[in-house]
Design a protein around this ligand. Structure first.
Ligand code: HEM
Ligand code: HEM
Length: 191
């Protein structure tokens, strides 16, 4: 069990699987949002990419709840974020977490209060209502805008992780999130 958890030297296999797996799923989710924003109605590519937005968005919401719980359970054992830059990075991660919850969460609340209801993977999650609950549908109004703010934060996060830590500083921070970095921290890495 301990081998699955995080240590001060590296993120454990569960945290890494959630981080990289969700990174791929988020890329697909933003692709669907971008297709909706950029392509005209009726375009076949727009329809294709948009077709999975609600299903994948709902799955991402469930995954972020699991990831958040796992992160909290490992909080005291995680790699530290020291100094001003470290604290800024930790604040950036917290902001990403907050939006990963609020962006899909707000849209799910809106669906729960709407006359259309919500189906995820063909299963009814919220049945259609006879009358709309106005405050609930209002909660979802900024979903798209907040989604794009999340995309911008993630772009900054990736630029820092790859540009600053991996290419310029080469300070081992990037490797804390990779299997290779984990092996090195455990003493079984490259010679
Ligand atoms: C983390 C998950 C999600 C992300 C990152 C995300 C992102 C976005 C973005 C960026 C847009 C704007 C597209 C545009 O500018 O045209 C959008 C629109 C939309 N999303 Fe999501 N979404 C997520 C989850 C969900 C969920 C769970 C639902 C439904 C329950 C949903 C339903 C919609 C709908 C109906 C729109 C079009 C209307 C609007 O802008 O509110 N999304 N999404
Ligand atoms: C190519 C894409 C990405 C790279 C290279 C990358 C790199 C990293 C690295 C190296 C760390 C550890 C940083 C540290 O210990 O201070 C990290 C942590 C983190 N990353 Fe990323 N990341 C990527 C994509 C994403 C995406 C798409 C998201 C959100 C949807 C994300 C959210 C986070 C969060 C919240 C953390 C804090 C640790 C955790 O709770 O998982 N990353 N990332």
């Amino acid at each position: 069990m301990a081998a699955l958890g995080d240590t001060p030297h590296r993120y454990g296999p569960v945290s890494r699987a959630l981080h990289w797996g969700m990174a791929i799923l988020f890329a697909a989710q933003f692709l669907s949002a971008a297709a909706r924003w950029a392509l005209p109605r009726g375009d076949a590519w727009r329809d294709l990419f948009w077709s999975y937005h609600v299903d994948l968005g709902s799955i991402l919401f469930m995954l972020v709840v699991i990831r958040g719980a796992w992160g909290l359970a490992n909080l005291t054992r995680r790699p530290p974020h020291e100094g001003l830059m470290g604290r800024a990075a930790a604040a950036g991660h917290a902001a990403i977490y907050a939006l990963m919850i609020v962006v899909p969460g707000a849209r799910l609340v809106a669906s729960a209060g709407s006359t259309r209801g919500l189906e995820v993977l063909g299963l009814t999650v919220f049945p259609p209502r006879d009358t709309e609950i106005a405050w609930m549908t209002a909660v979802g109004e900024w979903h798209g805008e907040m989604g794009w703010i999340l995309a911008a934060l993630i772009a900054g996060h990736v630029a820092f992780a790859l540009g600053w830590h991996r290419i310029i500083r080469r300070d081992g921070v990037y490797e804390r999130m990779t299997a290779r970095g984990g092996a090195a921290a455990e003493g079984g890495g490259r010679p």
